[in-house]
Ligand binder design. Structure first.
Ligand code: ZN
Length: 280
């Protein structure tokens, strides 16, 4: 059977991007173009090389940083020829479309370039999708941000590895205690390696994780699918009289239920529309 690997990437957790050169992850800047994309590509390439040496047939990537702009953060020409990118308009996280383009039973999923959730300590650029205004998102009681969204969209797929900021490992481990955690920077210890150092670390870590694939658990979510989103100080919901999904709002927290994981993740985009600044 064809072995298809899913990779979901973000950029704040990529190698070599810290507060002092943060512009490397600001999409469209000169620093992003000349440095950031190179770093991001190195991390992804390390994963792809390990995957291909382990007998993966096809790699499908969702490049999710700064979704809404069509230009990729990854330099596609530098990747192996068996890599494809999910096709969504402007790289938007249209989760059903993304899920539908993959095999029904992918071999596994790896998250790359990942940062910690809003509020995590010792983290580079911690946030939850966009913070402020978003403080916390939960899904059936699990505290999720970018990592959880990607992994749960591919629920029932083995979660193989998370590559990124040391502080992002907490969210990954909460999703699956068997996931391989491969750090590329550690704020607490002041460990800020460059891509020459992290490339072999990532590659070795992924090779080892793929050797242990039989021990890797899938992340499973049971019905019903219940979500909540809490806002940071200074933001409130402009509570609508009625909405076209099942859900409710109070001032700083919204709740919704959905018939599937992907639909629930997409309703997030509609709930988000009601966030306004609290001018009182
Ligand atoms: Zn990002």
């Amino acid at each position: 059977m064809k072995k298809q690997l899913i990779i979901c990437t973000d950029m704040e957790g990529a190698t070599g991007i810290f507060e002092e050169n943060y512009k490397a992850m600001v999409h469209g800047t000169d620093e992003w173009r000349s440095i950031g994309r190179e770093y991001m590509t190195s991390d992804v390439l390390a994963v792809c090389e390990a995957a291909n040496e382990s007998g993966i047939d096809e790699i499908l990537i969702y490049d999710g940083h700064y979704a809404g702009d069509p230009e990729h953060n990854i330099i596609i020409d530098k990747l192996p020829s068996n890599v494809r990118f999910f096709d969504t308009p402007q790289r938007r996280f249209w989760w059903r479309r993304i899920r539908g383009q993959a095999d029904w039973k992918p071999y596994g999923i790896i998250t790359v370039g990942q940062h910690a959730r809003y509020g995590e300590k010792n983290a580079y650029f911690p946030h939850t999708i966009q913070s402020p205004p978003i403080k916390e998102i939960t899904f059936n009681g699990i505290h999720i941000a970018e990592i959880g969204t990607a992994v749960l969209n591919f629920q029932d797929t083995r979660y193989i590895a998370n590559v990124g900021c040391k502080s992002s490992m907490k969210e990954a481990k909460e999703l699956s205690d068997t996931v391989a955690t491969i750090s590329v920077k550690d704020k607490e210890k002041g460990w800020e390696p460059n891509v020459e150092e992290t490339f072999p670390i990532i590659k070795k870590g992924v090779l080892e994780a793929l050797r242990n694939i039989d021990k890797m658990k899938t992340v499973k979510i049971a019905e019903s699918y219940e979500f909540s989103m809490t806002l940071t100080e200074g933001y409130i919901y402009n509570i609508p009289e009625r909405v076209s999904w099942k859900g409710a709002f109070n001032k700083s927290k919204a709740f919704w239920e959905a018939p599937s994981v992907e639909i629930g993740l997409e309703i997030f985009n509609f709930v988000r529309e009601y966030i306004v600044k609290d001018n009182l």
